[in-house]
Design a binder for this molecule. Structure first.
Ligand code: 3ON
Ligand code: FE
Length: 486
């Protein structure tokens, strides 16, 4: 579908993708349309909230859902599927009790009213945001706490992983690592929020050794979900939000419901030197950024591409996300931002009115000048709506490629896999042409309440998928994932 639809989706259809998947599966996918490319060798891992209620009590927000990992293993043109919940300590306790024993960051409360939640600041590490494979370890990530290590084949939970003694029990390890093709390193950060914010930047070599970990202090509270990477900098956006923890402590709201957008303040962009040293601050008008597509250095400037919202909506208690009015929410738009650390000038352009999220680039272009950004996007070019389409923007010519699953399909984060990878390769070691790859996409199909894995030729997204693999069940809307050839 590419044309104008009266209604690109119905809420009933969209809601199907917010249902839990309680069963754990393990099977070869038999129902395949088209042909799976035989040079796709390796595994696509995806993470996301799998459980959207517990003991009959619906969660207040999908980001509070326990992490469930899906593994699509590609072998000579066939694909094996497996899903497993991350057996976090909280998951196991709540499974046994068959009720919620913990509050969620995004507003899920234990049953029993404020009194049952009063002063309960215990945090359940739900391991639901990202899953990465590095130096022999498969890790499920959640930004407020430690990673969980999983068996890469069976997806069994091995346990919390402190990365060889690097992380202490209360440390946080973000859910947004970047893989740097230039240094062959995994780079990630950890935030310790407070009146001032401490950010530690970790770099790991191919053996999983932490080879660098400078720390930075920035003034004020900061909620930082993602960062952008260049050869010299890690770039984080300090969105203008205030945090008033009182309603959280009193048992009235979740921690994220205590964030208030402050349109009087600028957004502060921090350049953190990867080799350590004082961070540099630049400012731009208030906006809220979760995700970055990429960044690179050119002359005196640093260019960043990000998804920005005009503001962070208040997450009111009692609001049911299943009834959300998408058109009334601030749209997530693709922005290009030019930073000049010498003059402190910041320039930006909004690329399009089309709502979008989950931006990605070719793995060899991380931190480097690049041409294509791949995104999940809304069907309608101007109205905020659920993600139903894939979208590719060409920075050089402005050309756009678009493929839509509307009216009954709902998309997730696209994953770019270069062609020509061999077992054991890093992703940036495949074909260097930015179009020379496959785009993997898990789509929820409301017409059968099942999900499908779609494979696109990255050069010809508008042509539609080259293969469509039908699962026997649905997968709830996910967050992030990654591909590994290991
Ligand atoms: O004081 C801090 C406040 C805070 C909110 C302390 C803190 C670090 C514990 C904290 C926690 C933050 C957490 C746990 C954030 C988790 C985020 C998460 C699971 C997902 C974020 C997803 C972001 C986006 C933009 C997803 C978009 C999805 C769609 C458009 C489609 O479904
Ligand atoms: Fe994210």
């Amino acid at each position: 579908m590419t044309g104008v639809l009266d209604r690109p989706y119905t809420m009933a259809d969209w809601r199907g993708g917010t249902e839990s998947l309680t069963q754990e599966y393990d099977y070869w996918i038999e129902e395949v349309e088209g042909t799976v490319p035989t040079d796709l060798v390796g595994t696509l891992y995806r993470n996301g909230p799998g459980l959207l209620e517990r003991g009959g009590v619906p969660l207040a927000h999908p980001f509070d859902g326990d992490g469930m990992i899906c593994a699509f293993r590609f072998e000579k043109g066939r694909v094996h599927f497996r899903n497993r919940y991350v057996r976090t300590a909280g998951f196991l306790e709540e499974e046994k009790a068959n009720r919620l024993l913990y509050r969620g960051v995004f507003g899920t409360q234990k049953p029993g009213g404020w009194f049952a939640n009063f002063l309960d600041t215990r945090v359940k590490n739900i391991a639901n945001t990202h899953v990465i494979y590095w130096a022999g370890k498969l890790l499920a990530l959640w930004e407020a706490s430690l990673p969980h290590r999983l068996d890469p084949v069976t997806l069994e939970t091995i346990g919390l992983d402190n990365l060889g003694g690097l992380l202490r029990e209360r440390d946080a390890f973000a859910a947004h690592p970047r893989f740097d093709p230039q240094t062959q390193r995994l780079v990630n950060f950890g935030v310790q929020p407070g009146l001032n914010t401490r950010i530690r930047l970790y770099e790991f070599d191919a053996n999983g050794q932490c080879v660098s970990q400078p720390t930075f202090q920035i003034p004020g509270f900061a909620f930082i979900h993602d960062f952008a990477l260049t050869p010299n900098y890690a770039i984080v956006f300090q969105n203008p939000v205030q945090f008033n923890p009182l309603p959280y402590l009193l048992g009235l709201r979740g921690a994220a419901q205590c964030l208030q957008f402050n349109a009087q303040e600028p957004t502060r962009v921090w350049l953190l030197p990867r080799r350590g040293g004082p961070p540099q601050m630049l400012t731009m008008p208030p906006c809220f950024v979760f995700h970055h597509a990429n960044a690179y250095e050119v002359g005196d400037e640093i260019h960043v591409e990000s998804i920005a919202y005009s503001h962070f909506p208040n997450l009111e208690p009692g609001m049911d996300f299943r009834e959300v009015n998408f058109a009334a929410l601030p749209a997530s738009l693709l922005w290009r931002i030019q930073l000049n650390p010498k003059t402190k000038a910041v320039d930006w352009q909004v690329v399009s009115d089309r709502p979008c999220e989950f931006p990605v680039v070719h793995p060899a272009k991380v931190g480097q000048p690049y041409r294509y950004t791949y995104l999940a996007a809304g069907h309608d070019p101007k109205t905020n709506a659920p993600l139903q389409a894939l979208w590719r923007c060409d920075r050089q010519t402005g050309e756009e490629q678009f493929w839509s699953a509307a009216p009954r399909g709902f998309v997730s984060e696209p994953i770019v896999v270069p062609r020509g990878l061999q077992k054991g390769d890093f992703l940036w070691q495949g074909a260097q042409g930015e179009e020379d790859g496959w785009l993997l996409q898990v789509v929820y199909d409301a017409s059968c309440h099942k999900s499908q894995l779609l494979i696109f030729d990255a050069a010809a997204i508008s042509a539609g998928p080259v293969a469509r693999l039908h699962l026997k069940h649905h997968i709830p809307y996910g967050l992030h994932g990654s591909f590994t050839t290991a």
